[in-house]
Design a protein around this ligand. Structure first.
Ligand code: HEM
Length: 570
C-alpha cells in the first residue's frame, strides 16, 4: 500500500544505542541478551552478525540472537523462517577480496566520487570484484526466482566451515556438486554456501520444524513469505487508516492494531460532563485517573505508530500485566470504568438513544476530569479538551507476542525504572535519564513539552506505585508548578540515597530536615542546562498559568497521538 512519507534528512530522534565502534556487540548484546531497548545485536547491522554472535560461527547461538531481534520487529518464528528463507532465495553475498582494499566511507571519500558508495580498490572493484558484507556466496541454483531451493539445500547437505576471500567464516556444502551459477561468468559454477545465520534455520529445533514444514508445503511457504513480507514492509505505517491508494488489502492483520468499526453515536459535551462527574465520584483518586489515562495513551510509539489510547488495549493481555501499569490496581480501575460504561450505555439504550461510550474514551475522559479537578484545587479554572471517538479492541485484536516483547523497563514520565542495579554512570546508555529522552521522542515531544509533562505528572501523584519519588509538593493531586520551584530550591541539598545512585534525598540546608526523595529523572531536570532553563521558566511565580496551559496542551497532544482517524488522508 501507499502512504509513506519521504524525509529529507535522517531522523535524529531514535536511540540507536552506542555508536562509538562499528560492528561491536558491546553495550547491545551481552550475556546472550539483547540490551533493552535495542533491536540490532551489533552497531552498524540491521539484524544480527551473519557470521554468528560476535563472529563465532555457532548456528544455534545465532538462532537465539535472531529470535530476539526478529521478535523486536514483531516477527514470530514462522515469520522469521519465511523471511530469511524467502529473502535468501535471491541474490548473493559480496566479499571478493580482503577489507583492506576498501576505501573511506562515502561522506569521507574524495569529492569527485560524488556519493557513489564505498569504493573498493581491488581490481575493477565491480562485478566479480565487489565487496559489501565480506562473505562470498550465493544460496540458490536459481537466484533470480522465488522458491524452495534454499531450504532444500539447507537440509540436503552437510556443512563445513570455510573462510571467504575476505577472511570471514562461512559454510560450504561439502558433499554437494557445483550447482550454483556464478553471477558474472556463465561458464562457472559453485558449491552451495550458507551464512551461519542461515544454518540457524536448520540447527535450531523450532526453526527447523517450521523450515521442514515449508519444504513439504511449498505453497504454504509462499503464503507465509508473502504475509511476512507485507508485514515487514508495512508494519511501521501504523493502523490501516494510514494506508492510501488502490492496493490496500481487504484483510486486516493483528499487527496493524486493528479496531472494530464504531456502530453507535458519540457522546456530546453535555454527556461528557455528566460522565466526568460520575468518574470523579466513583472513588478513584486523581492520581489513579491520571496514571491510567497516561499509561493508556503513552503506550503510543511514533517509530511504528503502534500503541496509544484508542482500542483501550491497556485492559487486554499483555498490557494489563505490564509491571509499570500496576496490574492489580489497574484491574480494579478498569472494573470501575466498566461499571460506569455499562450504566451509561444502558441508560442511553433505555432512552432510545444511539449514543454509547467506549472504555477507551472513558479512560481518557477520566484523565481530563482529574486534571480539571486538580487545577480547581489550585484555584485555577481549567477545561481540558476531549475528542470522543475511540473504540474498544477485543482480545483477538492485540498482537500478544509483540506487546510482550516491548514491555517498558524504563519510563521517566511515570518515574519507573525496573532495575536500578543496571545503572552505570560511566555508560550513559544505561541511565534512566537517557532512556527518558528516547521515550519522549517516541511520543513526539519537544524539550519543553517533556519537562512540563514531568512536572505536572509528579505533582498529580501520577508516579509508579503512587509513591513519593519526585512528588515535590506539599499538596499532591493539585495541579501546580510546585515541582519546579522545589526542585530548583537553593535551600535544598540533594544527596545520594542508594548504592545505585538512582534515588536522591533532598535535605533542607538550615535544619538538615529530609524534605524530598527523587530519582535521577527528576534531578536531571535541574542538572542538564537546557532542561534547567525550561524548569526555571516554569518555576516562576508568574508562570502558574503558563505552566497549566502548556501542561494541558502537551497532555492533549499525547492523548491524541494515535488518533489517525481524526486526520485527513493525503
Ligand atoms: C538473520 C537475518 C539476516 C541476515 C544475517 C542476513 C545477511 C545477509 C548478508 C550478509 C547478505 C550479503 C550482503 C552482501 O554481501 O551484499 C545478504 C543478502 C541478501 N539478503 Fe539477507 N540477511 C538476513 C535476512 C534477510 C531477509 C529477512 C531478507 C528479505 C526478506 C533478506 C534478503 C536478502 C537478499 C535479497 C540478499 C541479496 C542481495 C544481493 O544480491 O545483493 N535477508 N543478507
Amino acid at each position: 500500500s501507499l502512504g509513506r512519507q519521504d524525509i529529507f534528512e535522517p531522523d535524529e530522534g531514535p536511540d540507536w544505542g552506542p555508536e562509538e565502534e562499528m560492528l561491536t556487540a558491546k553495550g547491545r548484546f551481552e550475556e546472550k541478551r539483547l540490551r533493552e531497548p535495542y533491536s540490532a545485536t551489533e552497531m552498524g547491522l540491521i539484524y544480527v552478525n551473519p557470521a554468528g554472535p560476535g563472529g563465532v560461527p555457532d548456528p544455534k547461538l545465532s538462532a537465539q540472537e535472531i529470535r530476539f531481534v526478529f521478535a523486536k520487529m514483531g516477527m514470530d518464528d514462522q515469520d522469521t523462517v519465511a523471511l530469511i528463507a524467502g529473502g535468501h532465495a535471491f541474490g548473493k553475498c559480496h566479499g571478493a577480496a580482503p577489507e583492506e582494499f576498501l576505501g573511506p566511507d562515502p561522506s569521507s571519500s574524495p569529492i569527485e566520487q560524488q556519493g557513489l558508495g564505498w569504493k573498493f580498490n581491488y581490481k575493477t572493484g565491480k562485478g566479480p570484484h565487489t565487496f559489501t558484507s565480506g562473505f562470498e556466496l550465493a544460496w540458490s541454483p536459481t537466484p533470480t526466482e522465488f522458491g524452495i531451493q534454499y531450504l532444500r539445500l539447507l537440509f540436503q547437505h552437510e556443512w563445513e566451515i570455510e573462510t571467504s576471500p575476505a577472511g570471514k567464516p562461512q559454510w560450504v556444502a561439502k558433499d554437494a556438486p557445483e550447482i550454483i551459477p556464478d553471477a558474472h561468468d556463465p561458464h562457472k559454477r559453485h558449491k552451495p554456501r550458507m551464512l551461519t545465520a542461515d544454518l540457524a534455520l536448520r540447527f535450531d529445533e523450532e526453526y527447523a520444524k517450521i523450515a521442514r514444514r515449508f519444504l513439504e508445503d511449498p505453497e504454504g511457504f509462499e503464503r507465509a513469505f508473502a504475509r511476512a513480507w507485507f508485514k515487514l514492509t508495512h508494519r511501521d505505517m501504523g493502523p490501516k487508516t494510514c494506508y492510501i491508494g488502490p492496493y490496500v488489502p481487504k484483510e486486516e492483520f493483528v499487527w496493524q492494531d486493528p479496531l472494530p468499526k464504531r456502530d453507535y453515536d458519540l457522546t456530546d459535551d453535555g454527556e461528557a460532563e455528566e460522565l466526568k462527574e460520575r468518574i470523579l465520584t466513583s472513588g478513584l483518586s486523581i492520581s489513579q485517573l491520571v496514571y491510567t489515562a497516561w499509561s493508556s495513551a503513552s503506550s503510543y510509539r511514533d517509530s511504528d505508530r503502534r500503541g496509544g489510547a484508542n482500542g483501550a488495549r491497556i485492559r487486554l493481555y499483555p498490557m494489563n500485566q505490564w509491571e509499570v501499569n500496576h496490574p492489580e490496581d489497574l484491574k480494579k480501575i478498569i472494573e470501575v470504568y466498566e461499571k460506569i460504561q455499562r450504566e451509561f450505555n444502558e441508560k442511553q439504550k433505555g432512552a432510545g438513544s444511539g449514543k454509547r461510550v467506549s472504555l477507551a474514551d472513558l479512560i481518557v475522559l477520566g484523565g481530563c476530569a482529574a486534571l480539571e479537578r486538580a487545577a480547581s484545587k489550585a484555584g485555577m479554572d481549567l477545561r481540558v479538551p476531549f475528542t470522543p471517538g475511540r473504540v474498544d479492541a477485543t482480545e483477538d485484536q492485540i498482537e500478544v507476542g509483540f506487546y510482550e516483547a516491548i514491555e517498558p523497563f524504563a519510563d521517566g514520565f511515570r518515574n519507573y525504572f525496573r532495575d536500578p542495579a543496571a545503572i552505570d554512570e560511566g555508560d550513559i546508555y544505561t541511565t534512566p535519564e537517557y532512556l527518558l529522552v528516547d521515550k519522549a521522542q517516541l511520543l513526539k515531544l519537544t524539550v519543553p513539552e517533556m519537562v512540563v509533562l514531568i512536572g505536572g505528572l509528579r505533582v498529580l501523584g501520577a508516579v509508579y506505585k503512587y509513591g513519593k519519588y519526585g512528588v515535590l509538593t506539599k499538596e499532591p493531586e493539585t495541579l501546580t508548578n510546585d515541582f519546579f520551584g522545589n526542585l530548583l530550591d537553593m535551600d535544598i541539598e540533594w544527596r545520594q540515597a542508594d548504592e545505585h545512585r538512582y534515588l536522591f534525598e533532598g535535605y533542607e540546608r538550615g535544619s538538615g530536615a529530609l524534605k524530598w526523595v527523587a530519582t535521577r529523572v527528576d534531578l536531571i531536570i535541574g542538572h542538564h542546562d537546557q532542561l534547567r532553563a525550561v524548569a526555571e521558566v516554569y518555576a516562576c511565580d508568574d508562570a502558574k498559568e503558563m505552566f497549566l496551559r502548556d501542561f494541558v496542551a502537551a497532555w492533549d497532544k499525547v492523548m491524541n497521538l494515535d488518533r489517525f482517524d481524526l486526520r485527513t488522508k493525503g
